[in-house]
Design a protein around this ligand. Structure first.
Ligand code: ADP
Ligand code: ASP
Ligand code: MG
Length: 416
């Protein structure tokens, strides 16, 4: 008998029929003698619908109220799943984040989990109940409901698994594992049986939305065995078969040795580029530009400062597209006059494409192959950034899918 956490995403919870299937699958695991905690997302489309309503009422809604609203999607899911389990004779109880409680900081719409109280959940599990906890949400020290950012139910699930010292966290989704790239973009993308934690972290941080990045961080910090697998198979397939399916995130340092140079390709459509022109080329300028951006809690990703000419230079960086307007406001109101720069220009029609692989460390030539492949398609690279195990380029968004396809082919990722 083991304690196992299941997470089901929006598509998996997308209709009452699907919720009944989730209940059958969960019951199968419980019948096998395991203690089960389930962390579901809102039904597919629901979070978007709720956020759309907010925008109909107000252009820039208060983040606290947004969280109050968006968190309701998951509350619907947990209650329906508890009922579906009860209807097949299982003792199940659902909780909202604040009832556990899942404690977070107060960064509304992108809160971080600080602690999870395991007492109430453990009592239920020991009494033989299946416990269902809302994904995506928590509560801050002042009793406000918070949410963890889009895709945050993955993080809720792995954090719950870590807090309960679960044996495994199973992330059930609408694909049957982690692929070399999004199988919706490249039809011959290949499923990976295992992916190293480091690579998964890079893929998630570079835009592969199959797992939210913070869930991978939790998995790494707590060494939580985490597996991505399909919720769309027959719920009654043998448990042993299901338990081995999908993609396991591995922490084995030495599995790298035989690995291919490149493991996968990630992309992010959600990018915006900002250039502050003609900034004085002197120490402290980067800080004066990015300090106020950081204070506004806006994430900055790629950063490039050109070689100075005549004491002036251009300073370029990228932010999430949804934060572009706010970043421009900050720069125009509190940076431009202060540092005496020229114009501030931006582009919201850019995407980032990245090749990822721990094998890249020991192979020269990945960058040149990547750049040659893109140039053969006439795709211009606007920014480049690298780490030991990834190379990212920022390109016009209209070439994004083409770039992913030609790179997937050039690195022969469809072959095992
Ligand atoms: P859920 O609602 O279950 O959380 P998401 O839509 O958040 O599901 O994540 C699953 C989706 O991630 C898949 O449908 C797929 O389109 C996308 N995806 C992106 N990159 C990958 C990848 N490398 N491997 C598998 N799926 C990927
Ligand atoms: N329902 C939330 C979202 O759509 C959280 C999640 O699905 O993981 O982003
Ligand atoms: Mg998701």
């Amino acid at each position: 008998m083991a304690l196992i956490v299941h997470k089901y995403g929006g598509t998996s919870m997308g209709s009452t029929e699907r919720i009944k299937n989730v209940a059958r699958r969960v019951a199968k695991w419980h019948d096998a003698g395991h203690q089960i905690v389930v962390v579901p997302s809102a039904m597919s489309g629901e979070t978007n619908r709720l956020l759309g309503l907010a925008r109909e009422v107000m252009a820039q809604p208060d983040p606290r109220e947004l969280d109050m609203l968006a968190s309701t999607g998951e509350q619907v899911s947990v209650a329906l799943l508890a009922m579906a389990l009860q209807s097949i004779g299982k003792d199940a109880v659902s909780y909202a984040g604040w009832q556990v409680p899942v404690r977070t900081d107060s960064a509304f719409t992108k809160a971080r989990i600080q602690s999870i109280d395991d007492a109430r959940v453990k009592r239920d599990l020991d009494a033989g109940r299946i416990v269902i906890i809302t994904g995506f949400q928590g509560v801050d020290d002042n009793g406000n409901i918070t949410t963890l950012g889009r895709g945050g139910s993955d993080t809720s699930a792995v954090a719950v698994a870590a807090a309960l010292k679960a044996a495994e966290c199973l992330i059930y989704t609408d694909v049957d594992g982690v692929y070399t790239t999004d199988p919706r973009v490249v039809s011959d993308a290949r499923r990976l049986r295992t992916v190293t934690f480091e690579e998964m972290l890079e893929m998630a941080s570079l835009g592969s939305k199959v797992l939210q990045i913070r869930s991978v961080e939790f998995a790494g910090n707590y060494r939580m065995p985490t597996r991505v697998l399909s919720s769309l198979t027959d719920p009654m397939i043998p448990l042993e078969e299901e338990a081995r399916s999908g993609t396991l995130i591995s922490f084995e340092e030495d599995t790298h040795m035989e690995q291919a140079t490149i493991t996968g390709i990630a992309f992010n459509r959600d990018e915006a580029k900002i250039t502050v022109m003609q900034v004085p080329d002197r120490p402290g300028i980067a800080y004066q530009i990015l300090g106020p951006i950081a204070e506004a809690n806006i994430d900055v990703d790629m950063i490039v400062q050109n070689q100075g000419v005549d004491g002036k230079t251009d300073f370029t960086f990228t932010v999430p597209r949804g934060e572009y307007d706010r970043a421009m406001d900050v720069l125009n109101t509190s940076v431009k006059a202060h540092i005496g720069s020229g114009n501030i220009v931006g582009d919201t029609k850019v995407s980032k494409v990245s090749v990822v692989g721990v094998g890249m460390r020991s192979h020269v030539g990945v960058a040149s192959q990547m750049f040659r492949t893109l140039s053969e398609e006439g795709i211009n690279m606007q920014l480049i950034s690298t780490s030991e195990i990834k190379i990212s380029v920022l390109i016009d968004e209209k070439y994004m899918e083409l770039a992913v396809r030609v790179l997937h082919k050039a690195f022969e990722l469809e072959k095992a």
